[in-house]
Design a protein around this ligand. Structure first.
Ligand code: SF4
Length: 427
């Protein structure tokens, strides 16, 4: 059973919430997208601890996520001061103030035969992102998702494509592209037949240079039965095996925020099946206040992942979009949490890189605070960049206790610029 914004009142467990939490949830879900399934409701959330349970926070919008402007608009709607027929447009206006599609993603859309290719982003030389139309939803939504405008109406365009042929033509014409990343939403909501139609052509010798297929997904923990008992689960695993046997590296980029998500037995069975099919599982997740904002959660998450055969990959800084004021963690605190976690796990779990901001210029890692000429600075580096020449060049910013994103930092030396060229950080 699945519930969305329109069916939220039918969720049986809402009766377990106190009145304030329940009414706040109903209000916030007029602004933010909501989707949850029975598996998450029954297996991941500790309802005795809600709303402070981290998985509850992960999934359900909350009154405190609303900006003052959003709160006023909802009050106007509730009191009749805002006419019901004007409400939809007003709610879109409010969502538009929350920086939909951050980090200037629309500038990454490539050109083929003089026309933009919708549903593709090409930011880094080796990697192309593809947003298949049928993959632009998820088994459940995360309340902090930076792709939230894919799921609810804003003025911003949605990224999606149903034209696999244009993607394949673009890949054929760009032999330096080694990685295709399927993203969304969650491509694992697509059926195996559609996925095969998209991915089998990559076995053609003309696309041999596309050696890695990455799949960004949270299905492993939001719906592990995708790989176990769904009617086409076997066909999906067969597809992965066929691609792996054909020489492709299948990199499953599992979005896992909390160690509790990987404890249920079906998740561990799904991990085992994916690995048997030749799939490598890496994990990545943002650092989210109220969900995983402490070192011990990450220590336990990374350690357990290594036991289960998953490679820790990224700890991201929450992006400056949506309810960032509610979920965001300062860069200084993010570094403390990362350091606390990474220093307490074995070497095999230290493959996790973080904290990392995915900015318009590239992936910026916070290396940590240091003192230069008696002044406190923040050391950073580019892990990935639009300009490959700047990768792994360390640089310094003035230390800030409050900054939550790169555009709030300034170069340490006033005459310097950051490696991506601007005085202040790229958003
Ligand atoms: S699973 Fe990923 S894309 Fe879907 S809502 Fe969560 S963060 Fe967003």
């Amino acid at each position: 059973m699945s519930y969305d914004n329109r069916r939220i009142h039918l969720i049986p467990q809402l009766d377990l919430l106190d009145d304030r939490t329940r009414s706040g949830l109903l209000r916030a879900s007029k602004i933010f997208p909501l989707k949850v399934n029975s598996y998450v409701l029954e297996n991941l959330i500790d309802w005795d601890a809600a709303p402070d349970d981290p998985i509850y926070r992960l999934v359900f919008p909350h009154q405190d996520m609303l900006t003052e402007e959003a709160d006023h608009a909802l009050t106007a709607l509730e009191t009749g001061a805002l006419a019901a027929e004007d409400a939809a447009a007003r709610l879109v206006e409010i969502r538009d103030t929350m920086n939909p599609h951050p980090a200037d993603q629309t500038s990454n859309i490539p050109i083929l035969d003089g026309m933009q290719i919708e549903g593709i982003q090409h930011k880094y030389r080796e990697t192309v992102l593809y947003f298949p139309k049928q993959g632009q939803t998820c088994h459940a939504y995360c309340a902090f998702c930076f792709r939230w405008p894919q799921f609810i109406e804003t003025s911003a365009p949605k990224f999606e494509s149903k034209d696999n042929a244009r993607l394949l033509a673009y890949l054929r014409g760009n032999p330096h592209i080694s990685d295709l990343l399927l993203t969304g939403g969650d491509p694992m909501v697509m059926n195996a037949r559609r996925l095969a139609a998209l991915l089998d052509p990559l076995l053609d010798p003309s696309l041999a240079h596309v050696s890695t297929i990455r799949i960004g997904s949270k299905s492993l923990t939001y719906w592990p039965y995708r790989f176990l008992t769904d009617p086409d689960a076997d066909a999906l695993l067969d597809l992965f095996k066929r691609l792996a046997d054909g020489g492709k590296h299948i990199a499953f980029m599992a979005h896992i925020n909390h160690w509790r998500e990987i404890e249920p037995e079906p998740v561990q069975a799904a991990i085992a099946r994916l690995r048997q099919a030749g799939v490598t599982i890496r994990s990545q997740a943002p650092l989210i206040r109220r969900v995983n904002d402490n070192a011990d959660t990450w220590r336990r998450l990374w350690s357990r992942q290594v036991e289960l055969g998953i490679q820790p990959y990224y700890m991201f800084v929450e992006r400056d979009t949506g309810a960032t004021q509610y979920f965001g963690v300062t860069l200084a605190e993010a570094h403390r949490i990362y350091k606390g976690a990474i220093s307490s796990v074995s070497g095999l779990a230290r493959t996790a890189r973080g904290p990392v901001m995915s900015t318009s210029a590239g992936k910026v890692q916070i290396l940590g605070p240091m003192t230069v000429n008696g002044q406190k600075a923040l050391a950073l580096t580019m892990l990935q960049s639009r300009n490959p020449d700047t990768v792994h060049d360390p640089f310094l910013a003035k230390y800030s206790q409050e900054a939550t994103w790169i555009d709030q930092l300034e170069p340490f030396d006033p005459v310097d610029t950051f490696p991506f060229g601007s005085k202040k950080g790229a958003a």
